[in-house]
Write a protein that binds this ligand. Structure first.
Ligand code: ZN
Length: 307
């Protein structure tokens, strides 16, 4: 047998693996007493670490994924015991809007709701939701780029995320979504969790998705009405709210260059003006949602203290 560099490397890897379990054997040789002592030591070290002081000033964000675990711990200790789970989607939205449409809207919406509530943090946006059949594509899945979850996968993800938040002591878990296919799953999961939870409560907030009200408010308060319908999975409300997060997500520059900077008969130029409208629409949705969350928490039975 000829030893090439590769086969030598393999020999070393195999012998390293042969030695690796030594420490495991050593563990098995320990008396039950010694194993228990070491486990208690580890547990004590963890508890000390969990109590240790944050060595630097906290960062100002409502997004759990942008915070350190110490910042989350301290925010909760200061009263931020409500957590918000939002659901978006990756789907076809016509020729101009990025597939992550709902996720862009939720960036502004969850942040706005959390800051308005004042006692809430946002979990990472659940960007993947049911969008139609997978093996036999249907619905949005007929279009490239769409990513679908099975209903049971979606609900399992929601359940695990909500349960993780509850495990850390969040008392109110809020669920709202920006897409039609998400609503029933969130509602079902909230109901299931509430059947078994006593020291936390889940709240499904359908008011966030009442788009009809947003169009009505835009007409009565801002005097903006869509005169036509282009027949796309796109409209002025969603486009302007997306532009608050990122104008490239609606292909603003490319559309201006191609003379396509309209949707349903309304111009999306100038950019600054549409972004201002988007902010007002988001503000309206935030207020509607915050009112609904507060009503749901007020109406709920008191969360029981943990034993
Ligand atoms: Zn959608």
């Amino acid at each position: 047998m000829q030893f090439t560099a590769r086969s030598l490397a393999l020999v070393f890897a195999v012998s390293a693996a042969a030695f690796a379990p030594l420490s495991l054997f050593a563990q098995q040789d320990l008396t039950a007493e010694e194993r228990a002592r070491r486990a208690a030591e580890r547990e004590q070290r963890t508890q000390e670490e969990l109590r240790s002081e944050r060595p630097i000033e906290a960062f100002d964000s409502v997004w759990i994924e942008e915070l350190t675990w110490m910042e989350v711990r301290d925010a909760m200790a200061a009263g931020k015991t409500t957590a918000i789970i939002t659901t978006g989607g990756i789907e076809q939205n016509g020729p101009y809007l990025a597939t992550g449409k709902h996720n862009y809207v939720l960036q502004g919406a969850c942040e706005g709701v959390a800051r308005e509530l004042g006692n809430a943090l946002c979990a990472p946006i659940i960007k993947l939701v049911p969008e139609g059949g997978i093996d036999e594509p249907s619905g949005h899945m007929l279009y490239p780029g769409t990513i679908s979850l099975r209903q049971e996968t979606f609900e399992a993800v929601l359940e695990d995320v909500a349960s993780s938040l509850k495990a850390h002591g969040f008392e109110h878990i809020i669920l709202f979504g920006d897409s039609g296919g998400n609503q029933s799953g969130m509602e079902a999961v909230a109901a299931r969790l509430n059947e078994r939870w006593y020291d936390a409560e889940a709240h499904f907030i359908p008011e966030f998705y009442e788009y009809r009200k947003v169009f009505d408010w835009m007409g009565t308060e801002l005097g903006i009405v869509e005169p036509t319908n282009d027949g796309l999975h796109d409209d002025f409300v969603i486009t302007s709210m997306m532009m608050v997060a990122d104008p490239t997500a609606v292909r603003y520059e490319q559309r201006v260059a191609a003379g396509q900077a309209t949707i349903n008969g309304l111009s999306i130029a100038p950019k600054e003006e549409t972004i201002e409208t988007g902010k007002k629409l988001l503000g309206f949705r935030v207020r509607q949602t915050v009112d609904a969350i507060r009503a749901s928490i007020d109406a709920s039975a008191d969360v029981q203290p943990r034993p």
